[in-house]
Write a protein that binds this ligand. Structure first.
Ligand SMILES: [Ca+2]
Ligand SMILES: [Ca+2]
Length: 258
């Protein structure tokens, strides 16, 4: 538990990029970071008890899981409508979605078979691969006051192969590893009114139906993104390699290292 909690740290660096103040973020997303808890400051996550919790909208196993995990609130970064959130490095890591620790792990792209999970509290349904890294933009309000928007559909490979995506407020969107089939790092445009971007995981029993089954999700993903900023080197990256990346890829396009 302590190890997993420590992975949730968020590292932020702000730099001046042209006339716009940009920021970069190194974000760890736990398997328990339930995307439907984004912005739900009205809720108190119940402690893990080894059974489903009456009244709690996220289903849990009726028996004790080896991991004994409660859901966690997903990490968040600040944005403004029109901001460009750019993936700097493909997401990495793995989450064990089933009872027991370790393998089989799903990576940020999720498992290929489709997942279809219902909306909850003003946040849309999820349609995509099983257990992928996802995001949702919100304004400053608790999302459950408004009906959930229509779901975006990421169940086909073509629908996940975008270079730029403009989701609406409250619409869960697929991030995966943040790279399309041409190894172009993807970008996400914050909708009008957005103040926050949450990153999390969609889960449910069998990856279908109501949100739930987070109580056995050990493991985490990690991604580095920038807001209104060109890719910047990670700490420790040499000036020479930065120059090479700049020459080879330009500001907004980098190729995966072989
Ligand atoms: Ca597990
Ligand atoms: Ca699970």
């Amino acid at each position: 538990m302590k190890t997993i909690a420590a992975l949730s740290s968020l590292v932020v660096a702000a730099t001046l990029s042209g006339s716009v103040l940009g920021a970069s973020y190194d974000i760890s997303i736990r398997g328990t970071d339930a995307i439907w808890l984004a912005g739900r400051t009205d809720l108190v996550i119940p402690a893990y008890t080894g059974t489903d919790v009456p009244g709690w909208p996220i289903d849990r196993h009726d028996f004790g899981t080896p991991e004994r995990l409660a859901e966690t609130a997903p990490p968040v970064i600040s944005v403004t409508g029109g901001d460009v959130v750019k993936v700097f490095d493909p997401a990495v890591g793995g989450v064990s979605f089933f009872n027991g620790f370790g393998a089989p792990l799903y990576g940020p792209e999720g498992n290929a078979p489709t997942s279809s999970i219902l909306s909850l509290g003003g946040i849309s349904a999820y349609l995509g691969t099983q257990g992928a890294l996802v995001g949702v933009f919100l304004d400053n309000t608790i999302p459950d006051a408004a009906p959930a928007p229509v779901a975006l559909d990421f169940q086909s490979a073509a629908s996940r192969d975008f270079t730029s995506l403009s989701p609406g407020l409250g619409q869960i969107f697929f991030i995966g590893d943040g790279e399309n089939s041409a190894n172009i790092l993807q970008e996400f445009i914050a909708p009008t009114g957005a103040t926050r971007l949450f990153l999390g995981v969609p889960d449910g029993f069998g990856f279908l139906g109501a949100p739930g089954a987070y109580d056995d999700n050990d493991g985490s993903y990690r991604i580095r993104v920038g807001v209104n900023q060109n890719p910047v080197p990670e700490a420790g990256t040499s000036v020479a390699s930065l120059l090479m990346a700049s020459l080879a890829g330009g500001a907004w396009l980098r190729r995966r290292k072989a």
